[in-house]
Design a protein around this ligand. Structure first.
Ligand code: GAP
Length: 547
């Protein structure tokens, strides 16, 4: 990331804390790595994003129905979906720097390439130089903060070459990649690392059984002990869901039958998911606990491509419709080698984050993989019978088939980060004394804004607070989240609400008592107009609807 891009992330992190969007989890205890709490404004923003998604995906459509499933599901769900076997990353440790990283994402120098180990500074270069000498009995050439002399020989070997020599004096097995930060090829074996959080269900403490097993098997070797303990743990193991999607497959029949849904139709769900991510990064972009908004759309086999394109376009438009910079959103089709095991095609909807384009939502064509797998593992008949359709194999009326699935799977918390980045705006304005000052405005879409309007008595006396509170009460009755705010000078209050993203400030002043009017200030243009106080609610409602 460039300095400027870095500073945008820093500004978002700092404003999030100051204004109450996002806090570090358990901050007073030193914080919990990669866990975040959504503060007074963050919780409203997150709910608004998720409610808008629900409105667009469920309420405004006749062909989609919703569910809210439990986070802990039957463990067989994860066997059937492949998560227990496949939902793991190959993980590697650098033997020198101790960096831990995903093998499948690491840089892959090819035969003949030099393998310079690039350290942070000369001191670190000296330490790594000594560590390599001690462990591998070779003396790399030190060139400032870089260690030189290693080169890839072929797919399976790298070697150490003395300066200006073409003959390797020592060779080592090559994994095909190097550590991403330092470029070091001295690596541990790959280990599979399951991304699902495991916990135990049931009243019996599994530790009692494990200690009993250990006592009974004092002489067993480490492999036998591991297998024995693993077996005990697995008996009562359950998992926190790593995606909301599986519940929609498991409840396919119940939803279809209870709501008499006809293919094509969808089941939507939003809520928490948990992944024991190896690399948590970029604030809330990738965290271990996050929220998703997913929909499984069941279609007739053979129609999946047109529905994939339909949902790709719909979802991209949805994200753009709340953005100040719609040009920063795009879609990218997956190459064949990127596709998940269940997909025959997939698009990522991407956003231009400060570090470049990256994923915001996946729109995948998941074939009939999931329904078939759950049918196989559960014995349930997860198929659909269409009386009006001819069976393509028999030519007779009535066709029973396993529907194909298109899945738009979005990150709600990741979407929140995107809209914070999109909203952040700085401009130079004159302060009360006529000096230049920086105004920070969160240009959040009015329907996403945590507080819709601030109701401000100009002064805390002369009956103005009472009038302001009457206006607040009108808004409350209409279910619109507004805030009464009388602390500090009016200019300071405007600035505070600019940073909170409050689209309208309604100010009660001396004139209100004379003619019943108030001012309404627009957050983005800072323009103010006088409107009748009694009309404030209707005017804000209309602006929210038309925004
Ligand atoms: N059911 C398919 C599925 O879960 P995914 O691409 O792994 O697909 C969908 O996740 C979306 O969930 C991603 O596009 C991203 O927005 C969000 N997401 C995934 N992992 C995340 C994490 N660790 N932290 C925050 N958001 C995450």
């Amino acid at each position: 990331m460039s300095k400027e891009q870095n500073s945008l992330m820093d500004k978002i992190v700092s404003l999030s804390k100051q204004r109450g969007f996002i806090f570090q989890s358990s901050e007073i205890y030193g914080g919990l790595k990669s866990a975040y709490d959504y503060g007074p404004l963050g919780v409203e923003l997150k709910r608004n994003i998720m409610n808008e998604w629900w409105r667009a995906m469920v309420h405004e459509r006749e062909d989609v129905t919703g569910i809210d499933a439990s986070i802990v599901m039957h463990p067989k769900v994860w066997h059937a979906s492949g998560h227990l076997s496949g939902f793991s990353d190959p993980l590697v440790d650098c033997l020198i720097s101790k960096e831990r990283f995903r093998a499948d994402k690491a840089p892959q120098p090819k035969s003949g390439d030099e393998l310079p180990i690039t350290c942070v500074d000369k001191g670190q270069a000296k330490t790594y130089h000594q560590a390599i000498k001690k462990r591998f009995d070779i003396e790399l050439q030190r060139n400032g903060k870089t260690l030189e002399g290693l080169r890839v020989i072929d797919e399976k070997t790298f070697g150490f070459f003395e300066k200006d020599s073409d003959e390797a004096t020592a060779t080592f097995p090559y994994a095909g990649y190097v550590g991403p930060t330092f470029g070091c090829p001295f690596l541990s074996e790959e280990r599979q690392f399951n991304l699902m959080f495991r916990t135990q269900l049931g009243p019996v403490d599994v530790l009692n059984r494990i200690s009993k097993f250990m006592e009974d098997n004092r002489d067993a070797d480490s492999k036998a002990i591991r297998e024995g303990v693993d077996g005990i743990v697995k008996e009562s193991a359950v998992y926190l869901r790593p995606e909301t999607a599986q519940a929609m497959f498991v409840q396919f029949l119940n939803c279809q039958q209870s709501m008499s849904m006809k293919v094509p139709f969808g089941i939507a769900q939003m809520g928490k998911s948990f992944r024991n991510e190896i690399t948590t990064e970029h604030f809330i972009f990738r965290s271990c606990e996050f929220e998703q908004m997913e929909m499984e759309f069941f279609v007739e086999p053979g129609t999946q491509r047109e529905w994939l394109d339909y949902w790709r376009d719909k979802r991209l438009e949805w994200w753009k419709s709340y953005a100040n910079h719609p040009e920063k959103f795009m879609y990218r089709e997956h190459d064949a080698d990127e596709l998940a095991h269940y997909a025959d095609a997939c698009y990522d909807i991407e956003y231009e984050y400060p570090w470049g384009y990256d994923e915001l939502e996946g729109v995948a064509s998941r074939t009939d993989y999931d329904l078939k797998k759950h049918a196989e593992h559960s014995g349930a008949k997860l198929s659909y019978f269409d009386q009006q359709k001819e069976d393509p194999e028999t030519g007779k009326m009535g066709w029973r088939y396993t529907p194909y699935v298109i899945e738009p799977a979005a990150g709600a918390t990741r979407g929140l980060l995107v809209y914070l980045l999109d909203a952040y705006h700085e401009e130079t304005v004159k302060d009360a004394k006529g000096n230049d000052s920086t105004r920070v405005v969160m240009k959040l879409h009015p329907r996403l804004a945590p507080i819709k309007a601030a109701i401000l008595p100009l002064v805390k006396k002369e009956g103005l607070p009472e009038i302001a509170r009457e206006i607040v009460s009108d808004f409350f009755k209409a279910g619109i989240n507004v805030k009464y705010d009388e602390n500090h000078a009016i200019g300071k209050r405007y600035r505070r609400h600019d940073e909170a993203g409050t689209p309208y400030c309604i100010t009660v002043d001396g004139q209100t008592k004379e003619d019943g009017t108030v001012t309404i200030r627009d957050r983005d243009t800072m323009e103010q107009e006088r409107i009748p106080a009694k009309e404030a609610l209707r005017i804000v409602q209309e602006r929210l609807i038309n925004s």
